[in-house]
Design a protein around this ligand. Structure first.
Ligand code: GDP
Length: 611
């Protein structure tokens, strides 16, 4: 009889009721490392519970807890948000809270996202608002596409401001929300009066509601003769957006983004909605905190990131950490292209001086000094890498335990792209590729900007292929890649990249054949035999020649026949299967036009083991 905790020769651990903290998405290997156990033991334990998972696959929270219970551990799964909070706390920092008391809070402008169905006029509206602001005293108006802008307006003789996120659509909004970042105070829902409520209109409403963001409805294209603004009001009522004039609390404004009609009224409606429904105040007198909303690598200026300050005041010279990047604010530019020295709550500015490109939705904190900034960034980076690693390993469904414990064949990739968005999109699409159980896709690194020597070094160390999307290799990277045999693949369309990776993955499953030369012979004479045609009298010069083998016929250095066969092989009068170097033999080839002096190269296809 086996002891109950020893199965298949693997001793299962026993936690004795201890608590172990695991990050969300942890694998059995991570778990094993925490409790100093053999990962195979945990694979076993989970197998006993009827679940088959490889050691490196990311495991759902319930499964971790179930497994914990089986081996007597209490599993405490920590969310990335909790983890980050703890990290900041260890530096005596916290994100998201205004310091001080009520008296320290001052009113701040609302931050607005424009949402709605495609072609209903989101982009046009943002353009019109940007241009309408030419009269703000800034010559030339808003010229810099920094991803956000602020416009002034006067309501009841008071100057007010609104900050617009300049990226229409829901992706940015949801992407940021998915990271727990609340970037938006109010959503403007654009609905074309000549069209009506469409799928993305409904989607926008759902996103806004889920984020608890009030909606102002812009009924657009009222300049069109077929516009029916009242129909839109009726339709939206069904989604709980009831116009004020019908006794509801949603403001509707009929506009024409094209002709610039009623834009002022729309802006006013935003401010009034903010005043009525939200308490938008922040403490400007503290170390700044905010969110990155757009970032990219600029040729001349290095990483640039547009951030919206949420509380406090950001100043040139501040030490900042933004997601897993850090640096000191070297320069700040506003949407007019002007240098600014400081930016208070709700103010968007483009910041230079970071060491890398942060992601949309990453939080910004001003910290005591560069050292703290660097430490926080480094810890976040390490965490992100291990989380990404867990994520990029796909769960494999396998037929039996042997296979579970066996190593899988892996395609390692390094992704480089022109901006954070494209790299993310690429990564996501790649991870969606359906693949067989035997292969695994592992994205070991990703980043924005040209393919560097460092990328190549990493690729060579881990047998990875580099996927370069809209970027090229820089400096000595190409040279090094050639020297190291690293494959860099360039793409400008995402689906081509996906297609090729898909092919590579299926290719990995097929046996790989390699041509190997077995021997060579020279034709010294030819004889005609009525029954079989032309016989080649040969001298075997190296290796062996074999009956049935494939040969290549070379004449004066040119390949005459590429894939002929030795159909008959004789020594003296006897049929033989093989003749070695140094002997004469007679051959009949499937290729008839042979001549004296031709060289016969014999080769075979051998299957090389996959590595
Ligand atoms: P988006 O997909 O929501 O960003 O829509 P766009 O802003 O690109 O607008 C789609 C089309 O509708 C473009 O051809 C615009 O010129 C047009 N459009 C936008 N607003 C108006 C408007 O108020 N009146 C009219 N007639 N056309 C408009």
């Amino acid at each position: 009889m086996q002891a109950p905790n020893v199965i298949g020769g693997v001793r299962l651990p026993d936690g004795g009721g201890k608590t172990v903290r695991l990050r969300r998405g942890a694998s059995l290997s991570d778990f094993a490392e925490k409790i100093n156990a053999d990962p195979a033991a945990l694979v076993q334990a989970l197998f006993n519970l009827g679940e088959m998972v490889t050691a490196t696959a990311s495991v759902p929270e319930e499964t971790l807890q179930l497994l914990g219970a089986e081996i007597n551990y209490v599993v405490d799964v920590v969310s990335p948000e909790d983890e980050d909070r703890e990290l900041l706390e260890s530096f005596d920092l916290q994100f998201g809270e205004d310091e001080g008391s009520e008296e320290d809070l001052e009113r701040r402008p609302p931050v607005v996202t424009v949402m709605g169905h495609v072609d209903h006029g989101k982009t046009r509206l943002l353009d019109t608002i940007r241009k309408a602001n030419v009269g703000s005293g800034e010559a030339g108006g808003i010229t810099q596409g920094i991803g956000a802008y602020q416009v002034p307006l006067t309501i009841e003789d008071r100057e007010r401001r609104i900050t617009f996120l300049d990226t229409p659509g829901h992706e940015a909004f949801t992407a940021m929300r998915a990271r727990g970042a609340k970037s938006t105070d109010i959503a403007i829902l654009v609905v074309a009066a000549d069209d009506g409520v469409m799928p993305q209109t409904v989607e926008a409403i759902n996103h806004a509601k889920a984020a608890d963001v009030p909606i102002v409805v812009a009924v657009n294209k009222i300049d069109k003769p077929e516009a029916q603004p009242d129909k839109i009001r009726g339709q939206l009522t069904e989604y709980g957006l009831i116009p004020e004039e019908y006794g509801g609390d949603t403001m509707f404004v009929d506009i024409s983004a094209k002709q610039g009609q009623h834009i002022d009224e729309l802006l006013e409606a935003v401010v009034l909605t903010a005043d009525a429904e939200l308490d938008l105040r922040a403490n400007p007198e503290m170390d700044a905190q905010g969110l990155a909303i757009e970032s990219h690598l600029d040729r001349g200026r290095g990483p640039v990131a547009t951030v919206i300050v949420q509380r406090g005041t950001l100043r040139v010279g501040d030490s900042i950490v933004v997601g897993d990047t850090f640096g000191r604010v070297r320069r700040m530019v506003d949407e007019y292209g002007n240098d600014v020295e400081e930016a208070g709550p709700s103010r968007p500015v483009q910041v230079q001086g970071l060491n890398g490109v942060p992601g949309a939705g990453d939080n910004l904190l001003v910290v005591e000094d560069d050292r703290v900034a660097r430490q926080i960034a480094a810890q976040r980076d390490a965490r992100k890498r291990s989380a990404q690693q867990a994520r990029s390993r796909k769960r494999v469904s396998l037929a039996d335990l042997d296979a579970v414990l066996k190593e899988t064949s892996t395609l390692n990739l390094i992704l480089k792209g022109d901006n954070a968005g494209s790299v993310e999109a690429l990564e996501e699409s790649l991870l969606k590729i359906e693949m067989d159980d035997e292969v695994e896709l592992n994205i070991i690194d990703r980043g924005v900007g040209a393919v560097t020597q460092t990328n190549v070094t990493l690729a060579s160390a881990s047998d990875a292929v580099i996927i370069a999307f809209n970027v090229r290799a820089e400096g000595k990277a190409t040279e090094e890649a050639n020297a190291e045999g690293v494959d860099i693949r360039y793409y400008t369309v995402i689906y081509r990249a996906i297609e090729e990776v898909e092919q590579a993955l299926t290719g990995m499953l097929k046996p790989i054949y390699e041509e190997r030369e077995v021997g060579a012979a020279e034709i010294r004479a030819t004889f005609r035999a009525s029954a079989i045609g032309l016989i080649a009298g040969c001298m075997v010069e190296s290796g062996k020649v074999r009956r049935g083998a494939s040969v290549r016929l070379i004449r004066d250095g040119n390949v005459i026949a590429d894939n002929a066969k030795i159909t008959s092989l004789r020594r003296e009068k006897d049929d033989v299967t093989e003749v070695s170097a140094g002997y004469e033999c007679g051959m009949v080839l499937s290729y008839p036009n042979i001549e004296v002096g031709d060289r016969i190269e014999v080769f075979e296809q051998v299957e090389v083991p996959r590595t």
